[in-house]
Ligand binder design. Structure first.
Ligand code: ZZB
Length: 261
């Protein structure tokens, strides 16, 4: 599984995270949250970035004094065998953090229309055993993200977040013949999905959204507006790679199963 790993630079830590990283990141050192995505062409519509509140993460040093990544331990290990860290097999850990520590952190999301930044928010269904354990949120085209966004807006206080961190306008990015230009909203409403816990239905919606988006979707936003999604996907990806705002990250086969939990 070849992902695009996006680099979301920390602009301002949430208070509990600030305490834990204090003194550990040198002046001028940049820390990035690194979600793994299969949909680089949707990055214009990022409204937040999800972590699992109960998941263990850490910050790893990629370039001393300069560049640090916030990911799960198993992602850091995988990256160390893909020449993402300077020394083969080595992934120096700087600080341990729980997902809940970083909720509220403000990050810069490449290509997002939210140019002042987006917040790190909690998502219960994030899998520690997949990707980097960090998931960027695109509520226009990902049913999981749309369902979670609705839940966070409805129960902001319960989740310990400010409502306005989640309650953002949804940007139409891709036009499809069957589902219009807000595919995720359309499917969640049509399938009467009421909660991010409706895992089975959300998996089905995700499948439909992928197929329709990829084979029939047309870009209606960004540099490649007018092109098909199939054409635009590698072009947006290459732009992000060239700008140093993303890198390729591959999930080794079988890893998801053998290290689940
Ligand atoms: C942004 C995005 C926009 C995504 C979209 C999807 C969609 P797959 O196909 O099952 O491999 N993801 C990545 N890591 C995790 C994780 N640890 N736990 C939960 N979800 C995760 O899924 C790959 C997609 O699942 C990734 O691409 C990421 O969300 C999420 F418009 O990134 B995506 C129809 C889907 N649309």
């Amino acid at each position: 599984q070849e992902y695009t790993a996006l680099k979301l630079r920390v602009k301002e830590w949430a208070a509990p995270a600030q305490k834990k990283v204090e003194g550990l990141i040198p002046e001028g050192g940049k820390v990035y949250f690194v979600p793994a995505t299969l949909r680089p062409e949707t990055m214009y519509g990022q409204t937040c970035c999800f972590v699992g509140p109960a998941i263990d993460y850490a910050i790893y040093e990629v370039e001393k004094g300069k560049e640090y990544y916030f990911v799960s331990d198993r992602a850091a290990r995988n990256m160390a065998f893909q020449s993402i860290f300077p020394t083969w097999g080595v992934y120096p850990k700087i600080a341990d953090l729980k997902g809940s520590d970083v909720v509220g952190t403000l990050v810069h999301a490449p290509l997002s229309v939210q140019s002042d930044g987006v917040r790190i928010l909690p998502m219960e269904s994030v899998k520690a055993s997949k990707g980097t354990g960090v998931v960027t949120s695109v509520p226009s085209d990902s049913p999981d993200d749309y369902a979670t966004m609705m839940e966070l807006v409805k129960k902001a206080e319960y989740y310990g977040i400010k409502k306005e961190w989640a309650d953002l306008e949804i940007l139409p990015i891709i036009e499809t013949p069957s589902y219009g230009n807000l595919t995720a909203k359309f499917l969640v409403e049509k399938m009467k999905i009421n909660s991010p816990k409706d895992a089975k239905q959300l998996a089905e919606a995700k499948d439909l959204a992928y197929k329709e988006g990829f084979y029939k979707g047309k870009m209606i936003y960004g540099d490649f507006a007018g092109k098909s999604v199939e054409e635009a996907k590698p072009l947006v990806r290459q732009q992000l790679l060239d700008a140093g705002e993303a890198f390729a990250y591959a999930e080794p086969d079988g890893m998801v199963m053998s290290r689940s939990g």
